[in-house]
Design a protein around this ligand. Structure first.
Ligand code: M6R
Length: 604
């Protein structure tokens, strides 16, 4: 979610670091910082907000001759977007930048404070540099201290560390977050969390694997794996196209973001699952005291996540739950009572209708919460409590990974509430936590499935409309499937509860009406199947999505046999995203920037 760069060489280091960060800025712009070590002395610059602020701060600084430097652009996870929380984080004589989350930072921090370390930030990252200096006191070399530090860290990380004790050296490590080392014919060494930061500077790179670490001193790179074995350096040539590097080989950002869902869901879950408990570090224990009702409010895709949550909250936490479309809620003069928790859901945290609804709820004295992807957004600043979805920056206008992470957070929140309200047995919470742990693998894109959807898409480029139908949580998923299709293909599509078709819409049924039917094995299968049979009998063209055979379908997309309907929900979500995208690509549309739309809707 953040961006990292590093450099060893004789060119002006500030420019190289800032140019690299500019390529990564889209990943996070809560703050940025660089630290340079030259002839034994450090220069540090940090600034809140966009990179331009860092450039202004470092305006008068220039290096000449050999230097090493590290830089970071931040997407806040622990601690507000302030200058103190900006990377690089410092110890007495060392600096570190880090992507990822150190899950055991609290216990490490307590130990280090006890030993006399002075912490200045609220971040998990700062423990790394203090831990390194703690070990450096009693170890023969800085590299030994670095190895001992890595041995204590739990969680995901990509790390660069520099220290006054080795003034030509950058120490590096990768575990779960990307890190690339680059070289060129001038014998300079570069680091980047994405190759976009290295294009134009390096000719060849090494993509580190999880568990690899080492150090680069001057021109020499030493790389090790988990068992301290020397790893042979295998460089691969680096392509020269920046945009395609950001898309990492995918045709569109939307496609990349669909494929990324496995990783971002792992981030969403990180540190939040215990054996029998959901843990939200960011929530105060008294938040739900006196709360008898939940009102969820959002727009677009986020509204579909809210609708999904309304089934889960009532089912798991036995709490009255209602859902509001923000643009309607604002002017409806709603009756609000102070025992209601008002939860807004927004990828951007800036959507005007949702933001105004949040302000309205606050004016009525309600407790408020936001589930959001952007830490320093207006909604996060305003709400009493916030949970970050950790999807990383979503570039495609059609929301995909943001929706996946919203539903994941809301599912966890329903279990969290179920525990507080004692409406779920411990065994059931444990079972569902087990399911949550499998989410990253559930949404991993199967290349055969993707190919089937690509081939199938050619049969769905015409017709007079699509109905996406499902029951229970598969109804909001049907709404989301229809929204995905219409916003990028410009074909007419509607989501409907499958049981409602007979109350009117079935009049439209004919071979040119395409029905996309969500038929999960573990939720109301027979009921939904009957509804689809009614449509099939009226000659609607049926595309069924199900792990079970369905002989009335014209096309059948077979999903995996999974243990629970929520896992089926997530797998079908991926199918719907890919199907819409393939249809839109065949129609020749700009999938990432569809006509008439904007990523952040800050007007009414
Ligand atoms: O940033 P938000 O989640 O508040 O945005 C709400 C909608 O504008 C957004 O979900 C929109 O519907 C998406 N483009 C759908 O893909």
């Amino acid at each position: 979610m953040c961006g990292i760069v590093g450099y060893i060489g004789v060119k002006p280091v500030k420019k190289i670091l800032i140019d690299g960060l500019r390529e990564l800025e889209y990943r996070g712009y809560d703050s940025a910082g660089i630290a340079v070590l030259q002839e034994g002395s450090f220069s540090l610059f940090k600034a809140v907000g966009k990179l331009i602020h860092l450039e202004e701060k470092a305006h008068d600084y220039e290096s000449s001759g050999f230097a090493i430097g590290i830089g970071h652009t931040r997407w806040a996870t622990h601690g507000k977007p302030t200058e103190l929380n900006a990377h690089p984080h410092m110890g007495a004589n060392s600096y570190v930048v880090h992507n990822g989350i150190i899950e055991n930072y609290q216990e490490l921090k307590a130990m280090l404070i006890h030993e006399g370390a002075n912490f200045v930030s609220q971040t998990d990252t700062e423990v790394i540099v203090h831990l390194f200096e703690h070990y450096l006191k009693n170890t023969p070399t800085p590299f030994d201290a670095f190895k001992q530090t890595l041995a204590k860290l739990e969680g995901a990380y990509a790390i660069l560390l520099i220290t006054g004790s080795a003034s030509d050296t950058i120490f590096f490590a990768k575990n779960g977050s990307p890190m690339i080392i680059g070289k060129n014919s001038d014998n300079e060494t570069f680091f980047g969390s994405s190759d976009a930061a290295l294009i134009g500077k390096c000719t060849e790179v090494i993509y580190l694997e999880d568990g690899q670490y080492g150090y680069a001193s001057g021109e020499v790179i030493h790389l090790y794996n988990g068992e301290s074995h020397d790893v042979t350096l295998r460089f691969t040539p680096l392509s020269g196209n920046k945009l395609s590097a950001q898309k990492e080989g995918f045709r569109f950002f939307m496609e990349k973001e669909i494929y990324e869902q496995s990783h971002v869901l792992a981030d969403t879950l990180m540190g939040r699952l215990r054996d029998e408990q959901i843990h939200f570090e960011e929530l105060e224990s008294g938040l739900f005291e006196g709360i008898n009702e939940i009102k969820l409010c959002a727009c677009g895709t986020s509204y579909h996540a809210a609708l999904t949550a309304s089934y889960l909250f009532q089912r798991h936490a036995a709490i009255r739950t209602s859902v509001e479309i923000a643009s309607e809620f604002r002017y409806r003069e709603p009756y609000l009572t102070s025992d209601t928790l008002f939860i807004v859901i927004s990828q951007s945290g800036e959507t005007a209708d949702t933001l105004e609804s949040l302000k309205m709820a606050k004016r009525h004295g309600l407790k408020t919460m936001v589930i959001c992807n952007v830490d320093n957004s207006s909604m996060v600043r305003l709400a009493d409590a916030s949970i970050l979805t950790r999807a990383g920056i979503e570039k495609g206008v059609a929301s995909t990974k943001a929706f996946a992470t919203q539903v994941c957070v809301l599912w966890m929140l329903s279990l969290y509430l179920g525990e507080i309200r004692k409406t779920l047995e411990a065994t059931e919470i444990r079972r569902q936590i087990g399911l949550l742990r499998t989410l990253p693998s559930t949404v991993t894109v199967d290349s055969n499935m993707h190919e089937q959807l690509r081939r199938l898409s050619k049969r769905y480029l015409h017709g007079h409309g699509f109905f996406f139908i499902g029951r229970d949580v598969f109804f909001p998923l049907a709404l989301e499937g229809a929204l995905k299709l219409k916003e990028i293909s410009y074909l007419h599509a509607e989501g409907y509860p499958s049981g409602e078709m007979k109350h009117g819409p079935i009049a439209l049924a004919d071979p040119e009406l395409f029905t996309i039917a969500l038929l999960p094995q573990h939720k109301l299968y027979d009921k939904t199947k009957s509804n689809v049979e009614e449509l099939s009998a009226r000659d609607s063209t049926i595309c069924s999505i199900s792990p079970l055979d369905f002989d009335k379908a014209d096309d059948h997309i077979r999903t995996k046999q999974l243990d629970d309907y929520m896992l089926e929900f997530f797998e079908m979500m991926v199918v719907l995203q890919l199907l819409s995208m393939e249809i839109a690509i065949r129609l020749g549309n700009d999938v990432d920037m569809p006509r008439n739309l904007a990523k952040s809707v800050t007007v009414e």
